[in-house]
Design a protein around this ligand. Sequence first.
Ligand code: 5GP
Ligand code: MG
Ligand code: MG
Length: 180
Amino acid sequence: MQKDLESILFDEEQIQQRIQELGKQLAVEYNEKNPLFICVLKGAVLFMADLIKRVDVPLEIDFMATSSYGDASKSSGVVRILKDLDRPVEGRHVVIVEDIVDSGLTLRYLRETLLHRKAASVKIVSLFDKPEGRQVDIEPDWFGFRVPNAFIVGYGLDYAERYRNLPYVGILKAEIYQES
Ligand code: 5GP
Ligand code: MG
Ligand code: MG
């Protein structure tokens, strides 16, 4: 285990197993709809890559980057688009692929934005759900795992841009964010 972690919540095998199950559910839902899977950079990049391999129907992908956290471990409540989609979503069945739903502010903003652009439907798949963090009324349509109200890293999720490359997910030691 990486030395800055307090504990591991989900190992590589558990994550891959769960993603396989999610992929099957999404394939049923999106059969013959040519969905557009939108990865929310950068946290969801590992999840996106593993998930789409398990969704066995024709689909397209695009990427979007938002900012609400900076390098801190608390939400600022302000969502900005740092990188927008390459192509219009009008008439498309969209699946937003997120790493984690915490306050829900990012997803509420993204969902409203895509609906405003006239997507045919907008659904959300998130690998992690942290229900105790919620500030607005939004739920993922599918999620991999519920997590406690702690700051987690690994498998795409960072602290100050680090730990994204860990193949597992764990709770970061409090002393790591107290240092900086
Ligand atoms: P929101 O609070 O808007 O639901 O979450 C916004 C983003 O904050 C998430 O997509 C994720 O990138 C980041 N975030 C929320 N909770 C955590 C966490 O426990 N660990 C890490 N590394 N990022 C988080
Ligand atoms: Mg995210
Ligand atoms: Mg982050």
